[in-house]
Design a protein around this ligand. Structure first.
Ligand SMILES: [Zn+2]
Length: 196
């Protein structure tokens, strides 16, 4: 009986250690409301760009849904209080996403660049401005959204493992086969290990 490294006690200890450290790392990474406040009114050093776009996408979906009634009232609002009232009366399901940002929303709607023609453009402008949740300026939030949406997402198109072949080749496989002699056949030894 051969002893595989992952069965050894030392290895188990190492895995436990990694799990433990991983947990404390995650705990540190979490941004608590307190740490948000501690930073004060200044601009935060770092904002997760994917969160900004994620929030903006969420706003796009829900605002499309509520816009027929909510939109005209938001556009007519002259104070944060009017925004809050409009949201509570015409978009009760999403008060949590909008009410805390009533002042910000009013500023965004009164931005000289706010589109006046199509409601879709208005929803997109408002959503992308709100994506940063006030952590960044509405303008920066729109920039982040635009940049992230045009970013090309790369994917792994080939995944190979390291092989040693009886022909003498050592290195990455190609489509699971030896790059020198082309064999894809496993030795008796490997096959018996895999069926264990
Ligand atoms: Zn070979």
């Amino acid at each position: 009986m051969s002893v595989y490294p992952y069965n050894s006690e030392a290895r188990k200890g190492k895995i436990r250690e990694m799990v433990r450290r991983g947990k404390s790392y995650m705990a540190q990474k979490k941004t608590s409301p307190e740490s948000r406040e501690k930073r004060g009114r200044g601009r935060p050093r770092h904002i997760d760009r994917s969160i900004v776009v994620g929030q903006a996408d969420h706003y796009r979906v829900v605002l499309h849904q509520f816009w027929p009634k909510l939109g005209p009232r938001l556009l007519a609002a002259q104070s944060p209080e009017e925004i809050v009232r409009a949201v509570r009366e015409d978009a009760a399901g999403i008060t949590g996403s909008l009410v805390p940002f009533s002042e910000l929303i009013l500023r965004i709607l009164h931005d000289p660049k706010f589109p006046h023609a199509r409601s879709t453009s208005q929803i997109h402008f408002l959503s992308d401005s709100l994506g940063g949740q006030g952590f960044v300026t509405p303008r920066r939030s729109r920039e982040i959204c635009a940049e992230e949406r045009t970013k090309v997402r790369h994917v792994i198109v080939r995944r190979e493992y390291y092989i040693e072949c009886s022909c003498g080749y050592e290195g990455p496989a190609r489509d699971g086969a030896c790059r020198n002699c082309g064999t894809g056949e496993l030795s008796w030894d490997l096959r018996s290990k895999e069926s264990d």
